[in-house]
Design a protein around this ligand. Structure first.
Ligand code: SF4
Ligand code: SF4
Length: 123
């Protein structure tokens, strides 16, 4: 497949996962889901390999690996957060702010129609 890049991405060990869901809230990108009883990376383009979810797993089922993957897609994350609601958008913006991801934050706010100093989320 073309357009792949080697980069860090989450990997779920389905053999260890008990489907408790503790990892889901720790992913600001909403990249994880439990569609069939075990945690899954729903779309690799949502995962930026930050590793924030890894320590949430009591079973040691999550780890960051380096592999060929489609590039991280910031716009896709924003759209996913938008679909989930204002709380998800706020959480994502807060996370980028905490990480000092100023460029991504500016792009996200522009996509959401916010000014540079408006951190309150969409109307
Ligand atoms: S590594 Fe980061 S972006 Fe990827 S699933 Fe875990 S918390 Fe989400
Ligand atoms: S925290 Fe671990 S065991 Fe629980 S759903 Fe997530 S990956 Fe599975």
């Amino acid at each position: 497949m073309t357009g792949l890049v080697r980069r860090p991405v989450i990997e779920v060990n389905a053999g260890l996962c008990i489907g408790c869901g503790l990892c889901l809230p720790d992913c600001p990108n909403l990249a994880l889901g439990i569609p069939d009883g075990t945690s899954r990376l729903l779309d690799e383009r949502l995962c930026d390999g930050c590793g924030a979810c890894v320590d949430a797993c009591p079973e040691g089922a999550l780890r960051i690996i380096e592999r060929e993957a489609r590039p991280f897609d910031h716009a896709r994350v924003i759209e996913r957060a938008r679909c989930e609601g204002e709380g998800a958008v706020r959480a994502y913006l807060a996370c980028m702010d905490e990480r000092g991801e100023d460029e991504l934050l500016c792009r996200a706010r522009a996509m959401l129609g916010q000014g540079p100093d408006d951190s309150t989320g969409p109307e």
